[in-house]
Structure formats: C-alpha cells, structure tokens
Design a protein around this ligand. Structure first.
Ligand SMILES: Nc1nc2c(ncn2[C@@H]2O[C@H](COP(=O)(O)OP(=O)(O)OP(=O)(O)O)[C@@H](O)[C@H]2O)c(=O)[nH]1
Ligand SMILES: [Mg+2]
Length: 372
C-alpha cells in the first residue's frame, strides 16, 4: 500500500473529486493510526478574503471562492453577516439572469436522479447549472446530503455544474433566507440555470415556491394521494406536474396517473397567471423525456418574460421576502424583550385561568413591549 496510514475516501466520492471546491464539505481520507514519530503540524490556515476578493472571485466564476462566499452567507456570526450583506449589495446588479426552477416531490420520487440527468444534458448544451437543496431535515439526519452526492456522480464532474447541499441552520425561515442568498451568489457567478431541490413534505415547498420562477412537482404513479402526502395545495402552486418513472412496465400506470392529474388540474387556478399547468410523464432514466420536460420550462420562461409575469413575480417575491424577514426580526425582538419576558408568565396564568381576555392580555404585553 502506498499510504498505509490513511484510509481511502468513501466510495461515494467520485475518484479524483475528493478536493473539488464544488463540494461544501471537503472529504479527507481519515487517519487510522498515526505513526508514533509523525510530527504534529498545525492545520494550514486559509487566507482571509477581503470583500474585494469575494466580489472578484464570485464574478469570475471561481467556484472555490463562490463556495466560501456561500459559507459566509450561511454563517450566523454577526461579523460574517455584515460582510455577506455588503457582498450581496455589490453583487445584486449582476443577479437575476437565470431561470430559477424549484423541484419538489415526495422522498424517492426521483428528484435527485432527474436533476443529475437533466443537469448533465443542460451542461452539454453549454449551460451553467447550479443545484441547490432546501431540506431543513437534512441538518438533522445528514441523509440527503450524502444521498445527493451518490446520485449526482456524473453531474459533479461537469465543469459547468455547481452542487451545493442544504444549509444547516435549524428553522425553515433561516434555511429559506440562506438558500435565496445562495441562489443570488450563483447567479452572480454566471450560472444561468438554478435548480432547487426540496423534499415534498411540510412547509418546504412554499418556501421554495417563493424563491423560484418555475415550480416542478414530481409525482409517481401507484401511490395514493395520501401516500404521496400530496395536498391539493401543492398541486396548486406547481407550474408543471411530471409523473416520473414512466419506464418499462410502469409506463401504463404512469400514463393513467397523468390523465387523472390532468383532470384535477382542469379544476384548479393556475399557479402563474396566463400559464396553463399541465401534467406530463417522464423518466429520469430516459434522457429524451427530460428534454421534453425542459422544453416546457423554456416555453414558460419565454411566455412569462414576454407577458411581464416573470418580472412581476420576482418583484413580488423580493418584497414578500423582505416582509417575512421583518416579521422574523420583530418576533425575535419581541420575545427577547426584558419587559415582555417579565410580564408574560403572569399574564399567561391569567389567560389560562379565564380571568383575563386574550385580547386584553395582548394589549398589555404590547404596551410593555412598546415601553420596554
Ligand atoms: N425506474 C426508475 N427509477 C427511478 C427513476 N428516477 C429515480 N429512480 C430510482 O428511485 C430511487 C429514488 O430516487 P432519488 O432520485 O433518490 O429520489 P429523490 O426524490 O431525490 O429522493 P429524496 O432525495 O430522498 O427525497 C432511486 O433508487 C432511483 O434510482 C426513474 O425515472 N425510473
Ligand atoms: Mg434527493
């Protein structure tokens, strides 16, 4: 063995990609037993980047610097936050020149496989594709981060592709904000297609819908509606439904499901004014079907650009996003307010004991907050 003291990198890391800057986490071979005479070396410290370094690097499409800029944006450290905001302010004029596509569906629907195959196709056509994941649960399980790397082995090798797993960061609000800012950084770095994958459970879809132009819902045939956890609400926010895994024996079932969904769609308001949400079948394993899927996205981009719906949606999203952040900030300040914290337990007791109406309680606490 050449390196008797080191284990090899895990086998889901494509060979030669261990140090690829497009990975958020660097994968190092683990040390099994260091030789007793091995000198202890301090880990090399990375050079601190200035605001200019970040700006130049991102605009030049330097993926190592882009990754560091994203890490900066994801950081909760106040000094990092300030620097990140300055960077975003500088880069903002260079953003917005991409088509932003959200992709959701129940676990196992085939989102990652589809993104991998579609992403490779788009790169082959000369596009620059950034793949982001929004999955608050992954910060707990770590599962989907590993999963996506196994399933995107080809895409990570594409020079035109950049893959960034979900930011860890607890609350969905936090994750949503970081993902949005990450998306802007990728646009400034020259990525003209942004694919945002999210697991179709809970609140995630709404967060992703609020940051993308086009929302794709991946379905699978055979799973009942409850089984897929698909509420009507999710279908209502989609611009395209795709029944995936339409291959082999599964084709007839996929087609049948597609017909049923198409019928449901006839009764729903479209998610985007002037755009008819349709249902198609596809297979992540059959590239031609994905080419067909992408044609729909391109048609959408042209139609909404021409009608002005795209610009309107983006403006609305930016304002909505600001309002969401104001609400978050207010809530944060409210519950950390000394006066509120001292008043709250007593007032809660009174409300619980039916001696104080809830609305009066609110007024008293708000008065405390305003004066405190
Ligand atoms: N036959 C067939 N299998 C597929 C297709 N797409 C994905 N699969 C398989 O379905 C399984 C799940 O695929 P993923 O791409 O990981 O699904 P996902 O939606 O990303 O799953 P999560 O990230 O866990 O939410 C894998 O075993 C894939 O190989 C397809 O079009 N046809
Ligand atoms: Mg996945």
């Amino acid at each position: 063995m050449d390196q008797p003291h080191h284990s090899s990198a895990p086998d889901w890391v494509p060979e030669g990609m261990e140090d690829d800057p497009r990975f958020a986490c660097r994968l190092m071979p683990g040390v099994i037993t260091p030789p007793p005479d091995m000198p202890l070396r301090k880990p090399a410290k990375r050079r601190k980047l200035t605001l200019d370094d970040y700006e130049r690097g991102v605009l030049a499409g330097d993926t190592a610097i882009l990754s560091r800029a994203i890490t900066l944006v994801e950081s909760n450290h106040p000094a990092h936050e300030a620097l990140a905001q300055e960077l975003l302010t500088r880069l903002l004029p260079q953003t917005g020149r991409s088509i932003r596509v959200g992709i959701t569906g129940v676990p196992g629907a085939g989102k990652s496989t589809l993104i991998e195959s579609l992403g490779c196709q788009l790169c082959a056509q000369g596009h620059h594709v950034a793949v982001l994941a929004v999955d608050p649960s992954s910060s707990v399980t770590g599962g989907s981060i590993l999963g996506d790397k196994t399933r995107m082995q080809h895409l990570v090798r594409e020079p035109g592709a950049y893959i960034r797993p979900s930011p860890s960061g607890g609350s969905l609000g936090g994750v949503g904000r970081k993902s949005r800012e990450t998306m802007l950084l990728c646009e400034a770095a020259g990525y003209d297609i942004i694919l945002v994958e999210t697991v179709g459970v809970g609140q995630n879809e709404v967060t992703v819908r609020s940051m993308v132009d086009f929302f794709l819902l991946i379905m699978i045939a055979g799973a009942g509606d409850e089984l897929q956890g698909m509420k009507k609400g999710v279908i209502e926010i989609a611009d395209l439904l795709a029944v995936n895994k339409a291959d082999g024996d599964n084709i007839p079932r996929a087609k049948l499901a597609c017909t049923e969904y198409s019928r449901v769609l006839n009764f729903l308001q479209p998610a985007t004014p002037g755009w008819k949400t349709r249902c198609i079948t596809c297979s992540a394993l059959i590239p031609e079907t994905l080419a067909g899927l992408w044609q729909v996205v391109e048609k959408f981009a042209v139609a909404t650009r021409e009608s002005g719906a795209l610009e309107k949606r983006r403006k609305h999203q930016s304002i909505e996003w600001m309002h969401a952040m104001i609400e978050e900030e207010l809530r944060h300040r409210f519950f950390r307010n000394e006066r509120v914290r001292s008043l709250l337990p007593e007032i809660e007791k009174k409300v619980a004991g039916q001696t104080l109406p809830a609305a009066t309680a609110v007024r008293r606490i708000m008065a405390g907050f305003a004066g405190g």
